[in-house]
Ligand binder design. Structure first.
Ligand SMILES: [Zn+2]
Length: 370
């Protein structure tokens, strides 16, 4: 943050920072402007909450602008797995834009358990009139996730009680034929999650429900095999490359995404760089060829792979006769551009359902002519 930013947010000294935030300091002890998070993202979240809240109209206008920015990067649809900090009330501007037929990208959204301890009753109540898949091609409800209960969020050692409550929700979701996606960062503790998936699956097979696990950096072949056996997919953002290769070998369905936009960039080409060149961690060793997916595989995960998670792979995710006309013409050839130029790729023409939602240079007039 710049000094002006700190001042505007009324942060005059370290003690004004949300706990356990700290100023990063240079060798002579002067703040660099960076703020250090504790474990989790609590500080970042609390800082976001200090920002001035936009009015409803500003939220509508800002959302449209942000979607156009996504179109500029060639994005024609997003899966929002329903992470933290986004409650049902925050979705109202998006619903308005949808109602006015002004969405410029397709949205498949999940519902998060809003209040700690009340998740099950809230999810039951909120979904009474919201069956799996409800909506249209522009916007639809895609089940529950990715923080189903607060207690299981980033919890590598859940208690028996926390596991049982989580199981009860997943069992209910399976009975209702609902999709579940669950945020699970660490492969080492994934047995806790997968055991619950398996327990539910034994009663109500989830094979056709397209359940998934998000993140799971460094997924081991054993965990991937268990997912494959249930028909559970894997959504990747910054995985270890070897895990990606394992998943491909075991034919686990993979979808790729950015994890935007509080903890990562929303640029899909940034994620593609992580997949093809290096991990997110600064100073990490560059990947060897045996650990690097091909450009084609990475792109497949990002397009048709991701479409699977919202039951859309027969309609979009590839350019084929009979599918929705969603496409982007890129400024550089993704397949051949030098890898260090990947992130400079942008769209010059983006279409959603055959309608030009973004045009640059010679194509700018097409955007304005419809
Ligand atoms: Zn997550």
């Amino acid at each position: 943050m710049t000094p002006a930013g700190l001042k505007a947010m009324n942060i005059n000294s370290e003690s004004d920072l949300p706990r356990p935030g700290k100023f990063e300091r240079d060798a002579s002890g002067n703040p660099t402007g960076a703020i250090e998070n504790g474990p989790g993202f609590d500080v970042a979240i609390a800082l976001f909450d200090k920002l001035p809240h936009p009015t409803f109209d500003e939220q509508v206008a800002g959302t449209k602008k942000f979607f156009r920015e996504m179109n500029r990067l060639g994005v024609t649809g997003v899966g929002d797995p329903g992470g933290n900090n986004l409650n049902p009330e925050n979705y109202q501007p998006v619903f308005q834009i949808w109602r006015e037929h002004q969405l410029t990208l397709r949205i498949a959204y999940s519902l998060c358990g809003p209040t700690p301890g009340k998740e099950f009753e809230e999810l039951q109540s909120l979904t009474q009139m919201l069956p799996q898949g409800f909506g249209d091609d522009m916007m639809k409800f895609n089940g529950i996730g990715e923080r189903v209960t607060w207690a299981m969020n980033n919890n590598d050692r859940p208690s028996a009680d926390q596991l049982e409550k989580f199981y009860a929700i997943l069992r209910w979701a399976a009975q209702r034929k609902m999709t579940v996606t669950m945020h699970w960062p660490h492969d080492a503790s994934a047995d806790a999650l997968l055991s619950i998936y398996e327990r539910v699956n034994a009663e109500f097979p989830v094979k056709d429900l397209r359940w998934s696990v998000a993140h799971l950096t460094g997924a081991t072949p054993d965990h991937l095999r268990r997912m494959k056996a249930m028909g559970v997919g894997w959504t990747i953002q910054r995985p270890e490359a070897a895990a990606v290769e394992n998943a491909k070998e075991l034919s686990v369905t993979m979808g790729a995404g950015t994890d935007a936009h509080r903890v990562a960039s929303y640029n899909p080409f940034t994620t593609l760089r992580w997949l093809l060149v290096d991990s997110k961690r600064a100073g990490a060793a560059p990947r060897g060829p045996e650990q690097t997916p091909t450009r084609e595989d990475a792109l497949r995960a990002y397009t048709i792979g991701s479409a699977w998670f919202s039951f859309d792979d027969a309609k979009r995710g590839s350019i084929e006769r009979g599918k929705l006309a969603d496409l982007a013409v890129l400024s550089k050839d993704y397949m051949t551009v030098p890898l260090d130029e990947l992130e400079s790729i942008e769209s010059v023409l983006t279409m959603v359902g055959g309608k030009v939602v973004y045009g640059a240079g010679p194509f700018a007039q097409l955007e304005n002519s419809h």
